[in-house]
Design a protein around this ligand. Structure first.
Ligand SMILES: Nc1ncnc2c1ncn2[C@@H]1O[C@H](COP(=O)(O)OP(=O)(O)OP(=O)(O)O)[C@@H](O)[C@H]1O
Length: 548
């Protein structure tokens, strides 16, 4: 990846980060104050020790000499205190900034994902989403604190030390230091990035894959155990983990070598400065204490240089994170069918749903149904039946606006949609139901639970409507979970209701009792019900469409 391409991937996120440039500048100044205090402390202590040693030698030789202990002593205390205080403030302030950046990035990401439409969201596993929304976002939020601020700081402090060398020592030493420090910065930043970018990106992909596979392993543990495959499966995970740690070791080794080389160059700068200083001292151009001041200050510079290789070794992973997130927020080419989908306000159309010459299908795949036209009138009951794979759910997803139509025109009033998948959120019964209608009262919730024959089930629980349903509703049976999500959809007041296989997992007797009640509950609304056969539908379908 070229530098320009790298910048292109990072640009939207950098623009976002730079919106807080006031905080970034204050944070960088606090970092600078910490570093300068550290360097000041080292340099002044070195100067002071040398001065006292020289005065001691003079006194021992019987020569009269004196030293002012108070001014340098006060300076050393000042730097010791300012270093602690600025370090503390810098940590608190910059970590606060990073948390604010994290919020900005998450909010921007969610907004842009919402703008980009639904697309093929369902094709990614939960683990992949977890990776996108945590690891990838985290990689971006540390960009400022790990990469931008320390690099800028290393540059500024290096320039200050070069200027000091020029003023205190000589122009030629300043030139040599300028070259050595520039090489050190390039080596610990750009060279590390160039040498680890590919590996670091690979590492981030391996981490995402391993995380997903481990979650899948845990989720499918019962099935794997029943099939006697846990050993083989975990062996595969171990091999993946091993490959990942090998990549990590290669990244660390490259960063380590560059770190060693950087330290060598800075130490070389120290030796050169000392050597030039001794020559100048012998010529009487500098005093002994000033001679040690600059080399020790250069050693203090190592503190910030040491941070760079590790940060730049992770930059490749940050770029892959940015690339993945950019893909998430941009509509994929050829999948923007927004013009074909027209969700009109309730009063704009007489019919809750009208489809004309519609083609439906999943992005990137051939359409499942073509030239499909349909009108659903107010209070109409339409049944759609078809064999497995005939395209019922794809059609329902299109009607509900989850996937855009491939061709044709679709106009629809707002709808309540019961998908084929039973999705129960890790929350209470009440919170799960209120998703269907946030204005529903507790009385409404009990009524709809009564309708789907779950009221007794939750009335028996000590917590009633506040009963916690566990991860993915795992405290419910399959049929109970289905009836709960059905209740959620029934609570909605949308004029159109789409029910995809509403009774999956519900026994025939219960289905026979609750289906007529659902009919009455939805009396005023249009209903599209989809299933494999007529028995899966609501009993009162006014007509039934057959898909092949
Ligand atoms: N998320 C998806 N991405 C890509 N293809 C899909 C996706 N979901 C379904 N398909 C494909 O689209 C076709 C229609 O599937 P769909 O789920 O609409 O059928 P269905 O009639 O609802 O089947 P079933 O009764 O088994 O639920 C199938 O060939 C299926 O493989």
């Amino acid at each position: 990846m070229t530098a320009r391409f790298a910048m292109h991937e990072l640009k939207p996120w950098l623009d976002l980060i730079l919106q807080r440039r006031g905080r970034l500048v204050v944070g960088a100044l606090l970092l600078l104050a910490t570093l300068l205090s550290g360097i000041g402390l080292l340099a002044l202590s070195g100067w002071f020790l040398t001065e006292t040693a020289l005065v001691g030698l003079l006194l021992a030789a019987g020569t009269q000499a004196y030293i002012n202990l108070y001014v340098p002593g006060g300076g050393i205390r000042f730097f010791a205190v300012s270093r602690t205080v600025s370090r503390y403030l810098e940590r608190v302030y910059n970590h606060n900034t990073v948390l604010q950046l994290l919020t900005d990035i998450r909010v921007a990401l969610f907004n842009r994902m919402a703008e980009a439409g639904h697309r093929d969201r369902g094709q990614k596993s939960g683990a992949q989403w977890l990776s996108r929304l945590t690891a990838d976002v985290d990689a971006l939020d540390t960009l400022y604190l790990r990469v931008i601020a320390p690099t800028a700081l290393a540059g500024v402090v290096s320039v200050l030390l070069v200027l000091s060398a020029w003023l205190l020592f000589s122009g030629s030493l300043a030139l040599i230091l300028l070259i050595l420090l520039a090489v050190a910065i390039l080596l610990s930043s750009w060279r590390v990035f160039a040498g680890t970018q590919h590996l670091s990106g690979q590492l981030s992909d391996q981490q995402e894959k391993l995380r997903g596979d481990v979650i899948e392993h845990l989720e499918g543990f019962a099935e794997l155990t029943a099939a006697g495959r846990t050993g083989k499966h975990s062996g595969r995970l171990m091999r993946q983990a091993l490959a990942m740690s090998r990549t990590q070791a290669r990244v660390d080794s490259r960063a380590g070598w560059h770190q060693a080389a950087t330290q060598l160059i800075v130490n070389l700068a120290v030796v050169v400065t000392l050597w030039v200083g001794i020559t100048l001292f012998n010529q009487g151009s500098v005093t002994g204490p000033v001679l040690v001041l600059l080399p020790i200050a250069l050693m203090g510079l190592l503190e910030v240089y040491a941070m760079l290789p590790d940060a730049f070794a992770k930059l490749g992973a940050t770029l892959s994170a940015a690339r993945r997130l950019n893909q998430e927020v941009q509509p994929a080419p050829g999948t923007d069918y927004s013009s074909a989908f027209d969700r009109q306000p309730a009063e704009a159309t007489a019919n809750p749903l009208e489809a004309r010459d519609l083609s439906v299908g999943h992005p990137g795949l051939p359409p499942v149904l073509t030239h499909f036209s349909l009108k659903v009138g107010p209070r109409e009951r339409l049944g759609i039946v078809g064999a497995s794979g005939s395209g019922k759910s794809t059609l329902a997803d299109t009607f509900a606006g989850v996937i855009p139509p491939r061709q044709g025109k679709l106009a629809s009033l707002p709808c309540a949609y019961l998908t084929q998948a039973t999705v129960v959120f890790e929350d209470t019964v009440k919170a799960n139901l209120l998703l269907g209608n946030p204005n529903a009262t507790d009385g409404d919730l009990w009524r709809v639970l009564e309708l789907v024959e779950l009221a007794d089930r939750f009335a028996r629980e000590a917590e009633g409507l506040s009963t916690w349903l566990g991860s993915a509703g795992n405290r419910l049976s399959g049929g109970e979970a289905r009836r709960l999500v059905l209740a959620r959809v029934l609570l909605s007041t949308a004029p159109l209701v789409i029910l995809d296989e509403p009774f999956t997992g519900v026994d025939t007797d219960t289905r026979g009792r609750i289906a007529p009640q659902i009919n009455r509950w939805l009396e005023d609304r249009a209903v599209i019900c989809l299933g494999h056969g007529p028995e899966a539908l609501l009993p009162s379908s006014s007509h039934t469409l057959h898909l092949n």
